[in-house]
Ligand binder design. Structure first.
Ligand code: DLL
Length: 429
């Protein structure tokens, strides 16, 4: 089912005209209403009238997370505080959150975008929808909630945590759809197995998973364990929240971007120059319809590539690849760039290992050291810890091109998540 057929299947040229119209209005709005942007545009020597084509986006200044922090709490709002209907914030645990705001119209647009995403995932009106994203300042819970309501589902706002209760509600209410982080979906499944239950015997047919990087191997694991279709949903609070892009259940190959609301670019994070389609780089978004907090060329720190290849689902919105990782999370191990997701892809092919891991950074004298901590499956071990360490070490070296410290732990020792999994533990300070 396509939620908004007129928009989602719009001819690309017409969509670009719409994007340009909306971009021009957004640029005018921020320069007139946000002193930060007025100054940033002046410093870049660009004025709203200079934006005559979508390519002119490259003339605009970037926005980064620090700008949101510096303008804390409401300095980037492009409307009166009283017109802001809701506030959300970053999920970070340290310091003050980065604050984002939404007018009533922003909330209505967001809910429609998420409703589309749920349809992309295979949801349909009448579904029972189990929403296990955290409610609160984090955009996951309320974002999926509003979208599911607009889509026409019966929403169960269970939020994250209390895993035993999640299981009871899944068993008793018989949902068709579930949403949570991929790592929490694994955690719930693991607890079911511990209780002697079979996750694949539940009524769940689709899972909408995101808010953290995950791999194709993790998808296969989740689909096998739960017996559902695992769909990747992407978003970030600074740009809106979940739903900025979402995979379709037809292809599960790249996430359709809600391009009528967000203009996407890929840039080289070093030179800041736009990169052509198909090349990997940093994802950058410019708001096209946001009223309360439009962002201009927001640098997400996430690595992806774009494609405009046609999709069999019929939607014309361009796709981005699943996120390879965050630029901040890239490790440089003896000169080789490694993302935790590349380690995950290897670990999940080893049947003796549980799908939980952490990368621990520590300081050894003047040198940084990296240790990948993994965990044995709970079943009686079919090989020794030493044999496993040896074998996985070889697999990792082959895939990453560099050998990395590895520690195999007994079952149930790596911390489980109820929201975003902590993959990197930095003990260098
Ligand atoms: O995580 C919004 C969200 C909620 C997305 C629920 C999907 C589902 P933030 O807390 O602001 O917002 O974190 C945004 O999370 O820049 C990425 O680094 C990461 N992220 C989000 N979705 C994905 C995904 C929400 N599908 C940051 N794959 C982003 C990989 C993701 N990383």
């Amino acid at each position: 089912m396509i939620f908004n057929e007129r928009m989602e299947t719009m001819e690309h040229k017409r969509l670009q005209e719409l994007q340009l119209e909306r971009l021009q209005a957004t640029v005018k709005r921020v320069v007139e209403r946000v002193p930060f942007y007025e100054a940033a545009f002046a410093a870049a020597g660009v004025a709203p009238n200079d934006i005559r084509s979508l390519d002119d986006v490259a003339k605009l200044p970037f926005t980064v997370k620090k700008d949101l922090r510096d303008q804390y709490p409401f300095g980037l709002f492009a409307c009166d505080r009283a017109e802001v209907a809701r506030i959300h914030g970053s999920s970070g645990t340290k310091g003050k959150p980065t604050v984002v705001g939404y007018t009533k119209q922003d909330l209505a647009n967001w809910a429609e975008i998420v409703a589309r995403a749920i349809c992309l995932a295979g949801g349909r009106p009448g579904d029972l929808f189990h929403n296990a994203y955290g409610y609160g300042l984090f955009t996951g819970g309320l974002g999926l909630h509003a979208g599911a309501e607009v889509m026409g589902a019966t929403v169960v706002p269970v939020s994250g945590g209390q895993t035993a209760r999640q299981i009871t509600l899944i068993q008793d209410f018989e949902p068709r759809g579930i949403s949570c982080t991929p790592s929490y979906a694994l955690n719930i499944a693991e607890e079911m197995v511990r209780q002697g239950l079979d996750p694949s015997a539940t009524t769940l047919q689709y899972g909408i998973f995101g808010a953290e990087p995950w791999t194709e191997e993790m998808r296969q694991t989740l689909e096998r364990v739960w017996g559902l279709k695992a769909i990747d949903i992407y978003g970030l609070s600074e740009v809106m929240g979940p739903g900025v892009a979402c995979e379709c259940c037809e292809e599960q190959n790249g996430l359709h971007i809600a391009e009528d609301h967000f203009y996407a670019e890929i840039i080289d994070p070093e030179t800041l120059e736009p990169l052509p389609e198909g090349e990997f780089g940093e994802l950058v978004f410019t708001s096209l319809t946001k009223q309360a907090l439009p962002v201009i060329r927001y640098r997400t720190g996430d690595i992806s590539a774009l494609t405009s290849k046609p999709c069999s689902c019929g939607r014309t919105m361009r796709r981005m690849t699943r996120i390879k990782g965050r630029i901040d999370d890239m490790l440089i191990i003896r000169g080789v760039n490694v993302f935790p997701s590349e380690m995950e892809a290897v670990l999940l092919t080893v049947p003796e290992l549980a799908p939980h891991y952490q990368v621990v950074l520590s300081r050894d004298g003047a040198l940084d050291s990296v240790e990948l901590q993994v965990e044995m499956q709970s079943e009686p071990a079919s090989c020794s810890e030493a044999e496993l360490t040896n074998r996985v070490g070889h697999l990792l070296k082959e895939a990453l091109g560099v050998s990395i410290g590895l520690k195999v732990h007994p079952p149930q020792t790596i911390a489980r998540s109820e929201g975003k999994a902590v993959r990197i533990v930095d003990r260098r300070q």
